[in-house]
Design a binder for this molecule. Sequence first.
Ligand code: DGY
Length: 323
Amino acid sequence: MVKKKVFVCRRIPAAALQRLNSEVDMTVWPAELPPSRAELLQHVKGCDGILSLLSDRMDAEVFQQAGPQLRVVSNYAVGFNNIDVREAHSRGIRVGNTPGVLTEATADIAAGLILATARRFSESIDQVRNLEWKTWDPLGLLGLDLKGATLGIVGMGRIGMALAKRMHFGWDMNVIYTARTEKPDAESLLNAKRVDLATLLANADIVSLHADYNPSTHHLINSSTLAMMKPNAILINTARGGLIDQDALYNALKDGTIWGAGLDVTDPEPLPDDSQLRRLPRCLILPHIGSATIETRQAMADIAVDNLLAGLHGRPLPHEVRP
Ligand code: DGY
């Protein structure tokens, strides 16, 4: 029997790739950097399935180029803002993602960013590396206390809840959150209160973003919403860079509208060399490592391959995204 043709947009953990390779005719993009648009369009031609990454835009042009036999696009991420899901469905192409398995790893990074931003890890490390550490300074590198602070979770889904648990039980934080619906678990377990965004921004010492990124949440954090935050507030983003208007954030940090920011995601990724944001001392930026643990990336690979194989064989995807 002729094997199904699959393009894998980057190398992912080996065991899952080997499993895929035993069942399909697979091409893996071998380079460290993603394929260019032209390379992507060339490689998807004639494919029945695509294993995509968050850096690969999957839209009508890609689907058209692949051809009518394309059955499934399996994203190696829980987020799927890189995929035109509606367009895929209108063409009978199934879309998969990798929810659940990266919740704890991503919540760890959000927790780490809170601590590192409040206690100025980045400036402190720079001081040591740059041989600027002269003495124990009573007034040097003063940060913010975290115990008993109010944590505002914007978008109380799995990752928001995992972060809220860490901060509530570990640091005695009060939790407030926004969500489309009330979250009984958060309310009973953490005594968390659902509020509107304006109330959250006005009351939270730490605002952590966990909302889906789509046209309605583009630049949710902008000059107006930043102005609603407390001057000693910290903004954390482990979701998607487009949730924040970065120029507005730069101004807010420079002018002292808020205290600091810890970002694991930016827009674009990576930030351009001349981005002013990366030069601000109170803006700690990580290169999108929320899910970057050995175990988590393996688990994501397993799900992505399971989704892909299910789609290729006409079975329901274990984790399907619908419009
Ligand atoms: C995701 O899965 O959406 C993360 O951003 C990367 O792991």
